[in-house]
Design a protein around this ligand. Structure first.
Ligand code: GLP
Length: 253
């Protein structure tokens, strides 16, 4: 495949060579021409085939790696990664349920668990006073042994005294809430935004610093419309793809 110096729109903005190589590789992956586990051309091979510098070839491979399309194996080469997990944004489901539906083993590693004063943000989300106590729990979520998300949950102590022990035993926050406290979460508000992994998050999630992550903030309410949990979840952008269904509203124009 040859690389053109300018784009096909005829504008005067040249498309960088690395970007053209990256796009070709991406096309080959998305069309199924390259399949998960296939080895892709090495930096040296790309250099020879496209007559570009080694740095250019490296940039194309590195970006596709950061986005989760490729992975490198030391001394073996660069390979096509398994497709991202598709996560519908419709139901109020738990991590454990989401993974089970996919036939994957869900796990939670508790990184910290404290009882703290709610503070401004959690207090507002949970509709409680700032000095009121909440459980603050940070958990690394794994699917099939692979780190997927880092979650920090806040739950008012008054609603579920002794919750930490119950979560450790159940391995699922939602199951613990329902089985030990009879709390059923029925609706939630959720936001989604892009962030870059800082060094701590990168280390815990096993990605490079700066890797795109999807930050989800959720406030879940129970049958009595009480806010029960305020959670910040950082999902790996290289492993997740969120999908949603859109309904056409009546035209307003
Ligand atoms: C998802 C949500 C979190 C929620 C968690 C509960 O990961 N993003 O907001 O707290 O599920 O999962 P589990 O019941 O497996 O602990």
């Amino acid at each position: 495949m040859g690389v053109a110096p300018t784009n096909s729109m005829g504008r005067e903005i040249p498309i960088p060579l690395y970007y053209q190589i990256k796009s070709r590789l991406l096309e080959a992956i998305e069309s199924g021409q390259l399949k998960p586990g296939d080895r892709v051309l090495s930096e040296r091979e790309l250099t020879e085939q496209f007559g570009v510098s080694r740095m250019t070839a490296r940039q194309a491979l590195t970006e596709l790696e950061t986005l989760g399309y490729l992975y490198r194996v030391q001394g073996k080469g660069t390979f096509v990664a398994t497709p991202k997990l598709e996560q519908p944004l419709l139901g109020l489901t738990s991590f454990t349920e989401d993974m089970r539906r996919r036939g994957l083993q869900a796990a939670a590693r508790v990184l910290s668990a404290d009882t703290v004063s709610a503070g401004r943000k959690a207090a507002r989300a949970l509709r409680i006073g700032e000095p009121e106590k909440v459980y603050r729990m940070e958990r690394l979520r794994l699917a099939g042994g692979e780190p997927m998300a880092l979650e920090t949950s806040h739950i008012p102590v008054a609603l579920a005294p002794g919750l930490m022990e119950q979560v450790s035993a159940a391995q699922s926050l939602y199951r613990a809430l329902s089985e030990a406290y009879g709390i059923r979460l029925v609706r939630a508000t959720q936001s989604l935004e892009a962030v870059a992994a800082n060094s701590y998050e990168a280390e815990i999630l096993g990605v490079r610093e700066g890797t795109p992550l999807l930050l989800m903030e959720r406030i879940s309410l129970d049958t009595q419309d009480r806010p029960v949990e305020y959670v910040r979840s950082l999902y790996r952008g290289d492993r997740y793809r969120f999908t949603t269904e859109l309904l056409r509203q009546e035209e307003t124009l």
